[in-house]
Design a protein around this ligand. Structure first.
Ligand code: PEP
Ligand code: MG
Length: 261
C-alpha cells in the first residue's frame, strides 16, 4: 500500500505535477514487481495534510478528508488518477480510494477513472485498462453497505486505524482517549466479520491494513475471522510470518467465534 499523500507532503507548498507523480508511481510499480502495488489516492485533510489553502474545520476527521476532498477538487484529482493510470503501463498497480462512505462516492470515483482513461486513449497514452479499483473500508457506513459496495469494487482494503476510530468514536491521535481505542471491541470484530462475508460472497479479496494487521495477538483474531491477506510495514513481516505459521486455523476460528459472541 503506497500512501500517496506523502508525495504531496514532499512537494509542499506546490502540488506535484502529473509527470512527477507518474515517475514516483512508476518507481513504486518497479519496486513491487510482479506482486503489484496498491496506490491509494491522496488521503489529505483530517489529521493528515491539508490540500492547498487550509480552511480550518471544527471536526477535521469528519470533514473534507480523503476521497471527499478529491471529488471536491476535480483538477487535482484527475491529475493524480492520470498519473496512476500512466504508471500502470509500466508495472502492475491497483487504485484504492480512501474514506468511502457512500456507494455513490465509489461510483463517482470510478467515473473519474473511466473519464481519465478515455482522455489518455484520445492522447494515445498507454495504461492498463483492466486496472483493479478498490475501496478502503474504514467508515462504519461502508461496513453496513459492504455488500452493495462490493459490486462496485475489485477489492476491499480495510483501514482498521480509521474504522476503530469511527466505530468507537475515539480520536486516533488523541492521547487522552488512547486506552479506549480497542481493536478487539466486539463491534470491531463484528464489522470485520461482516466485511469478509460481503467480499467472499462477491468473490473479491479483502486486505486488512492498519496497525491491527501487524499486531501478533490481533493477527490470530484476523485469521480466525477468515482473513488471509494482511498489509503492514516491511519490518513487521518476519514476526507476523512466524506468528501465522504457528497459528492453528481451527483454534483461531474457535477463538474468533467466542469473541464475536
Ligand atoms: C487505516 O486507516 O487503517 C489505514 C490503513 O490508513 P491510514 O492509517 O493511513 O489512515
Ligand atoms: Mg485510514
Amino acid at each position: 500500500l503506497y500512501r500517496s499523500e506523502f508525495l504531496f507532503l514532499n512537494s509542499l507548498p506546490a502540488l506535484p505535477s502529473e509527470d512527477e507523480q507518474t515517475r514516483v508511481f512508476e518507481q513504486v510499480a518497479d519496486a513491487a514487481g510482479k506482486h503489484g502495488a496498491t496506490i491509494r489516492t491522496f488521503d489529505l485533510g483530517g489529521d493528515k495534510l491539508p490540500l492547498g489553502r487550509y480552511e480550518s474545520e471544527q471536526n477535521p476527521a469528519l470533514g473534507q478528508r480523503a476521497l471527499r476532498l478529491a471529488l471536491g477538487s476535480p483538477d487535482v484529482f484527475r491529475t493524480h488518477v492520470r498519473a496512476i493510470l500512466r504508471a500502470s503501463a509500466r508495472g502492475s498497480v491497483r487504485i484504492l480510494f480512501p474514506m468511502v462512505a457512500h456507494v455513490e462516492e465509489m461510483r463517482s470515483a470510478r467515473a473519474v477513472v473511466a473519464s481519465c482513461m478515455a482522455e489518455l486513449d484520445a492522447e494515445g497514452v498507454p495504461f492498463d485498462r483492466r486496472i483493479a479499483v478498490g475501496a478502503m473500508i474504514e467508515v462504519p457506513s461502508a461496513v453496513l453497505v459492504a455488500d452493495q459496495l462490493a459490486s462496485e469494487c475489485d477489492f476491499f482494503s480495510i483501514g482498521t486505524n480509521d474504522l476503530i476510530q469511527y466505530l468507537l468514536a475515539v480520536d486516533r491521535s488523541n492521547q487522552h482517549v488512547a486506552p479506549m481505542f480497542a481493536p478487539l471491541h466486539p463491534s470491531v470484530l463484528r464489522a470485520l466479520r461482516r466485511v469478509i462475508e460481503a467480499s467472499d460472497a462477491a468473490g473479491i479479496p479483502s486486505i486488512v491494513c492498519g496497525e491491527m494487521a501487524s499486531d501478533p495477538v490481533h493477527v490470530a483474531m484476523l485469521v480466525g475471522l477468515g482473513y488471509d491477506r494482511l498489509s503492514m510495514t516491511p519490518t513487521s513481516i518476519p514476526l507476523i510470518k512466524r506468528v501465522i505459521s504457528a497459528i492453528d486455523r481451527g483454534q483461531a476460528v474457535e477463538l474468533a467465534g467466542e469473541a464475536l459472541a
